[in-house]
Ligand binder design. Structure first.
Ligand code: GLU
Length: 365
């Protein structure tokens, strides 16, 4: 057992837990997961679900040959997604919110920011976001393809500190435990080396898409960004009481650097600034001393062309003091600079929030 702590987690639940018989949803394994989600929220933590199972849940509803066609699968997903959501919603007394994504949505800057803002708003309002791939519109080229990697991307966009992958196996093993009884559970992984990838082998269960290979890929994406990943057995209810006590009975992948570090480095070094924002003395102090968000009221000038979600320099007295991701494009910022946040809506006809740059998207230089 490894100890871990967390504040915001993405919990990924695989098809074999949602639809254990591969043809319809069952609450069998979901009750313990739901209990864990409720007790975590009651303890002030934030949870986002990534739930598979739409295709499996709709399988019995669409007539098909042994191997369904793409259109048949997409039709299954369209029906199954409703069942999957209803299945979750029945377990909670708060709102569940459906978010369907494709790879495209995660690559497009503006849509990425929209997803992030929506998640932020849902969490603020205590709803439970439930993410799945938009299987009815995405074909192979447009897909993330498996929900393990989708969950890793979700953890990144949601700025989670933890990804918990609930599978039908106890964790990562030194060999396939289904064929080799001597295989041992790996309790902790400190670095995802080629040897760790080699342990993963091919796809595992027949219901989901992933197997261990995509779980390791997901853990690797997260580790690089300072997010810890846990792989646990979602079929065993005691696993979730242990998780609630901060104990991981499966495999814990330790991040290779802190989240703040990874994010700062990414903002500072990997992103080119598309423009700059000149701020006043008051805004400078708020940024440097209070770690506050940058509000339009503190902006004196806007230079360059940029869209929402791009990086810009933040300058005071011709000195670069910070870099951040803007929530408004250059044209809109020109119009709201110097204004109180309460005037954003009336000026632009919309508002994506009171800040021009949220403090989580800002690195001081
Ligand atoms: N998005 C797929 C579904 O809901 C699942 C993909 C996966 O299992 O990784 O059926």
């Amino acid at each position: 057992m490894r100890s871990f702590s967390w504040r915001r987690a993405v919990i990924k639940v695989g098809s074999s837990l949602i639809a254990p018989n591969n043809n319809q949803c069952s609450p069998l394994y979901l009750q313990a997961i739901a209990q864990f989600i409720m007790s975590s929220r009651a303890a002030g933590k934030e949870v986002i679900l990534v739930s598979s199972g739409s295709v499996a849940a709709g399988r019995g509803k669409i007539s098909h040959k042994h191997r369904p066609s793409i259109a048949e699968k997409q039709a299954m997903a369209a029906i199954g997604q409703m069942h999957m959501m209803a299945n979750w919603a029945a377990l909670f007394d708060f709102d569940c919110a459906q978010i369907l994504l494709t790879a495209d949505d995660l690559q497009n800057r503006t849509r990425y920011v929209n997803i992030k803002n929506t998640l932020r708003e849902l969490l603020k309002n205590h709803a439970l976001p439930i993410v799945n791939e938009n299987d009815t519109v995405a074909t192979a080229e447009l897909k993330v393809g498996d929900n393990d990697n989708l969950a890793a991307y979700t953890a990144l966009v949601a700025e989670a500190d933890t990804l918990i992958i609930c599978s039908d196996i106890d964790g990562l093993f030194t060999d396939n435990p289904r064929t080799n009884p001597a295989a041992q559970l790996v309790g902790q992984v400190d670095a995802i080396t080629p040897a760790i990838h080699a342990l993963a082998g091919g796809a595992g269960s027949v219901v989901g898409t992933g197997g261990m290979r995509t779980k390791i890929q997901a853990a690797e994406k997260c580790a690089k960004s300072g997010i810890q990943t846990l792989i646990v057995n979602g079929r065993r209810s005691e696993v979730f009481s242990q998780l609630a006590e901060g104990q991981c009975s499966g495999t814990l992948f330790v991040p290779t650097q802190t989240r703040q570090r990874a994010r700062d480095a990414w903002l500072k070094h990997s992103l080119n600034s598309k423009g700059s924002i000149v701020i006043d003395e008051g805004a400078k102090r708020a940024l440097l001393e209070k770690g506050a968000s940058l509000l339009p009221s503190g902006i004196i000038a806007v230079q360059g062309k940029f869209v929402a979600g791009e990086a810009v320099n933040i300058e005071f007295n011709q000195q670069l003091i910070a870099k951040g991701l803007v929530l408004y494009n250059a044209v809109d910022l020109q119009q709201i600079k110097g204004l109180k946040s309460s005037a954003i809506e009336a000026t632009l006809g919309f508002s994506v929030g009171e800040a021009a740059i949220h403090r989580d998207d800002l690195v001081l230089i």
